[in-house]
Design a protein around this ligand. Structure first.
Ligand code: SAH
Ligand code: SF4
Length: 389
């Protein structure tokens, strides 16, 4: 795509540099524009004080920000924040900010607490010696589509169906606006592509947004702190591995260890069955000491027996993985529900005993309907049945 055609917020500094002469500037201005937009989150050209006036005017005329507005920001009792954005076409999308658990206060955390939220998918080898003790690290969960075409039976986005893809600018905007919501003691640390939509079903936009978020002149996230979660689109997993040399974190929504069960829960399994998916994971060019996250939503009576846990142990053998168990969050459109807490612990024990790192993901933000699979469409407020495990 020519840079003129690209949405302004989707452009890299290099794209802006080649466009700068048309805007009456020089190529070095490209980096400055990108910095204003992505590093400082300034979307108003008139505030870009180090640009020549004529350039600011040209940018202003062009219109830089995507057509989007913040509708609401709801704060949960656990400080998780869910932001509702209206995007072009009148659709509503959601992004969630999840503050991490403050370390060093509770001694050695239990496996449940250790992997208490989605950030765990992105902080596998957390060796940042420069981390400040008082800073709360925040994980942001972004959406990539309005709705989702994959049709997983336990997921609100899947039940609703696909409406449209988001552009790279709309994905990056979620982070720019999300970061502006943080409290002074909070720092954006991880971004997980676990909101509404299947990121790899919107590959180009997802890939471009990854370039934007990890660009050192912008938000500058380390690629290992960015995780893309997928229901298992094999060709795009290969493409992601190649395009980013395996440096982007990968999470796989597995949810079953045999084809029959998985196809029942996730129709995409009929197209990309488990044996082939496992081959694709083995081929992913993962850097040393990194692991793939396996997500396993436990649905009562569907995929949660100890036999199924044993099957999972066999399926994953030899793969560098850690497993996140997610007791299903109830959704309005389905009578399926979560496995009991005893059932979750028995399932976890089998994986732990077999030598896997296996965590139970604590529910975050469910009082504002921000938990996995509950993200709504068109601003509808799903009623959440309180059914704690
Ligand atoms: N489409 C991508 C990413 C978004 S979903 C994917 O499926 O991987 C993020 C995670 O939440 C996925 O593992 C998904 O399967 C899970 N999920 C969806 N609905 C859920 C629900 N109702 N309860 C618990 N987890 C759910
Ligand atoms: Fe789509 Fe993921 Fe929901 Fe499946 S779980 S329907 S892939 S968003």
């Amino acid at each position: 795509m020519g840079s003129q055609m690209m949405a302004p917020l989707a452009r890299t500094p290099e794209d802006w540099a080649s466009l700068a002469p048309e805007l009456g500037g020089r190529s070095f201005h490209g980096k400055q524009i990108f910095r204003w937009l992505h590093a400082r989150g300034v979307l108003d050209a008139s505030r870009m004080t180090d640009l020549p006036g004529s350039m600011r005017e040209a940018l202003g005329k062009m219109g830089i920000a995507p057509e989007a507005e913040i509708l609401t920001v709801r704060r949960s009792s656990d400080d998780t924040r869910k932001m509702l954005l209206r995007v072009a076409g009148g659709f509503t999308i959601e992004t969630v900010l999840i503050p991490g658990v403050v370390r060093g206060k509770i001694g050695h955390p239990s496996p449940v607490e250790q992997d208490a939220d989605a950030s765990a998918a992105a902080e596998d080898d957390d060796d940042d010696a420069t981390a400040q003790p008082d800073v709360v690290r925040v994980t942001q969960c972004v959406s990539t589509q309005v709705g989702c075409a994959m049709g997983c039976v336990f997921c609100a986005s899947g039940v609703a169906g696909w409406k449209r893809n988001l552009g790279p600018d709309e994905i990056a905007l979620q982070v720019i606006l999300g970061r502006a919501q943080l409290d002074p003691h909070e720092q954006l640390r991880n971004v997980v592509y676990m909101g509404m939509g299947e990121p790899l079903h919107n590959y180009e936009a997802t890939a471009q947004s990854l370039r934007l978020l990890t660009h050192p002149d912008g938000i500058g996230l380390s690629s290992r702190r960015v995780t893309v979660s997928t229901s298992g689109l094999i060709p795009e997993i290969e493409r992601l591995g190649k395009d980013f040399d395996g440096h982007i974190g990968l999470a796989i929504s597995l949810h079953a260890a045999d084809d029959e069960t998985r196809s029942r829960l996730m129709p995409i399994n009929k197209k990309y069955p488990l044996a082939k998916l496992m081959d694709a994971l083995r081929a992913y060019p993962l850097p040393k000491r990194r692991r793939i996250t396996i997500e396993y939503t436990l649905v009562a009576g569907k995929n949660d027996t100890v036999d199924e846990a044993r099957k999972l142990v066999r399926l994953l053998r030899g793969l560098p993985v850690k497993v996140n168990l997610i007791p299903m969050n109830p959704i309005e459109a389905s009578s399926l529900g979560p496995t009991s807490s005893g059932g979750v612990l028995s399932f976890q024990k089998i994986l732990c005993d077999a030598g896997y790192s296996c965590f139970i993901r604590r529910r975050r933000g469910d009082d504002v309907s921000a938990a996995c699979g509950q993200l709504a469409l068109l601003g509808e407020k799903p009623k959440v049945r309180v059914n704690r495990t």
